[in-house]
Write a protein that binds this ligand. Structure first.
Ligand code: HPA
Length: 277
């Protein structure tokens, strides 16, 4: 079991295991492939792929549509590590398990993280299929990934969260998107545990709280990445919107279908970021 007391040693062991597999090569980026980015693997010149089950201390991904493997290879000329499938809190993993991969990334020497997800849009100007650059988040998970004894080797007890998503990375992606006339949104992502989709009243609450989109991942991972001083870029595909009519039909298949449609745009933006930054 992962605990705040053993996290550092376990993450170190896993990082050393992985670096052995890469012959000591340290990826420049880690990329979490959520819904909407799974096919980024097609853009990666894959060197090694490792099922989570073969990686020491790694939890195993269970949810439909999320494969579980780590991929090492070259993307846009840079050596990267991609997580094909993430661990969600609603699957029953502890917060330490959900965010264990980020611990390992940093221990490997990776300083730049890209996270992607699918989300429900609550901003009235959003449409299904929109791509949203995450500029900030609201943590609505019932448990905090940094709760418990703080290991100073990872980072400070009290973490500054004034810039969870790197302004420089956002600028690079926005410049690219504007030059190519690629439409995108920019907004605040609110993370909650799921696995239920929101009631109409809850979508309204999310909007009133100041978010543009809502989903069931990303926030714990970003908190832990910031704990360790990583630079983060987040991107979300709006797969459903809280229109009372439309929302009646929201389900996992619909979310996956819409996420898939937006994949080419997300992939292009991620390729550009990795190349230019
Ligand atoms: N709510 C929460 N998570 C989601 C949604 C949503 O509407 N769409 C995709 N992930």
């Amino acid at each position: 079991m992962l605990t705040p007391e053993n996290l550092y040693e376990k993450a170190k062991e896993t990082a050393e295991f992985l670096l052995q597999k890469t012959n000591g090569k340290i990826p420049e980026y880690a990329i979490v492939l959520g819904s909407g980015l799974g096919s980024l693997t097609e853009d990666i010149d894959i060197e090694t792929e490792m099922p989570y089950g073969e990686i020491p201390h790694f939890p195993v991904s269970t949810v439909e549509g999320h494969k579980g493997s780590l991929i090492f290879g070259t993307l846009s000329g840079k050596y990267v590590m991609a997580m094909n499938g993430r661990f969600h809190y609603y699957e029953g993993y502890s917060m330490y398990e959900v965010t264990f991969p980020e611990r390992v990334m940093k221990m490997m020497g990776i300083n730049k993280l890209i996270v992607s997800n699918a989300s429900g849009g609550v901003n009235k100007s959003f449409k299904i299929g929109d791509v949203m650059i995450i500029r900030d988040h609201i943590n609505f998970f019932p448990e905090h990934p940094l709760r418990g004894k703080n290991d100073q080797r990872f980072g400070p007890r009290f973490v500054n969260m004034s810039e969870p998503y790197s302004k420089k990375m956002i600028e690079v992606v926005e410049n690219y998107a504007k030059a190519r006339k690629i439409c995108y949104q920019k907004g605040v992502y609110l993370g909650l545990s799921g696995p239920t989709f929101e009631t109409i009243a809850e979508y309204n609450m999310v909007r009133v709280l100041g978010a543009d989109a809502v989903g069931m991942s990303t926030v714990p991972e970003v908190i832990v990445a910031k704990h360790m001083g990583m630079e983060v870029f987040g991107i979300s595909v709006i797969t459903d919107i809280d229109d009372p009519e439309l929302i009646q039909s929201v389900n996992h298949e619909e979310v996956m279908k819409e996420a898939k449609k937006a994949e080419p745009v997300v992939r292009e933006l991620v390729r550009a970021l990795v190349r230019d930054y």
